[in-house]
Ligand binder design. Structure first.
Ligand code: FE
Ligand code: FE
Ligand code: ZN
Length: 298
């Protein structure tokens, strides 16, 4: 099957999209995901047209399909809460435009967090916000990410995602990003992935899936923790993740790794070595390497 695999990569204003493409290529990836600035803030710079043109040339030469490249919205935008609502709407409108300028078709968004507000109200706020953001003039689809259910996170069940989606005006502009760590931590069983897909299909429809985040989890099912682990080193396990990645029903859907950087030793708190080149190789080989962390440390 046609494997579309990549990881989270950085994006800097100085190197623009071409910097992100080069990083993805260094991992042996044929797709990638990035934030258009820092994940934790909403400061965004101008997009350099020349760097975008150069990036498109490099992608073409290396068979990276821009239609499978993903942008992730920053964590702090929150459509669920009315205190943040106007800012989040205007930021995301700009972000959709930025994606459009970069030629990116998919923007992944955490649905939001119901802080001091009932969940049904939060869900309504998210739908309302999305209807203000989504624009049929732009070829950009927002993918709501399934969440672990940490704190007051919305989107920990397919039912919640469904209740957001059903009120969206432009149905062709809304989809879902499945995150394996989040699904596990929310209580779904990745070991029984075909059943999970059946449930999703019944509730929302498999045609709505636009991206898969492939992460192992540091915690048990239903822990509601959201701590990602390197592929094969967590509670989901290598074989179960390989079954997700190579599932025929998700062929042509980009698979994106968001696994943690490897530190110099177990006590170090620095994020030092990117695991992605090694994990992507392991995924291509379909063979778990228990020495992976040692190899990444070099
Ligand atoms: Fe995410
Ligand atoms: Fe994710
Ligand atoms: Zn996560």
């Amino acid at each position: 099957m046609n494997l579309i695999i990549g990881s989270h990569v950085s994006y800097k204003n100085s190197t623009g999209l071409v910097g992100s493409v080069k990083e993805a290529l260094s991992y042996g990836a044929n797709t990638f995901m990035f934030y258009t600035g820092a994940p934790q803030n909403t400061t965004r710079g101008e997009i350099d047209k020349n760097l975008t043109v150069e990036a498109f040339k490099l992608m073409k030469e290396n068979n990276i399909d821009i239609n499978k490249v993903i942008v992730h919205a920053p964590y702090i935008v929150n459509l669920a809460n009315l205190n943040n609502f106007d800012f989040s709407v205007s930021f995301l409108k700009n972000e959709v435009e930025r994606c459009n300028t970069l030629g990116i078709k998919y923007l992944v968004l955490h649905p939001g967090s119901a802080v001091n507000c009932p969940r049904e109200e939060a869900i309504k706020n998210i739908s309302d916000g999305l209807n203000l953001i989504l624009d049929n003039n732009f070829d950009v689809t927002i993918l709501l990410e399934t969440m672990a259910g940490k704190g007051n996170e919305i989107g920990k069940t397919f039912e919640e995602i469904k209740s957001i989606i059903k009120n969206i005006k432009y149905q062709n502009k809304i989809g879902v990003c499945l995150d394996t760590c989040h699904l596990n931590d929310a209580g779904y069983d990745i070991a029984n992935f075909d059943k999970l897909l059946d449930d999703f299909d019944r509730e929302i429809g498999l045609n709505k899936v636009g991206c898969i985040h492939v992460n192992d989890s540091k915690n048990m099912r239903e822990s509601h923790k959201d701590r990602h682990e390197n592929i094969g080193f967590g509670t989901i396990g290598f074989d179960n993740l390989i079954n997700v990645i190579y599932n025929e029903r998700l062929e042509n859907i980009p698979k994106i790794l968001e696994t943690p950087y490897v530190t110099r030793d177990d006590t170090s708190k620095e994020r030092e070595f990117s695991p992605y080149k090694y994990e992507i190789q392991m995924i291509k080989d379909k063979k778990f390497d228990s020495d992976l962390i040692k190899k990444i440390r070099g």
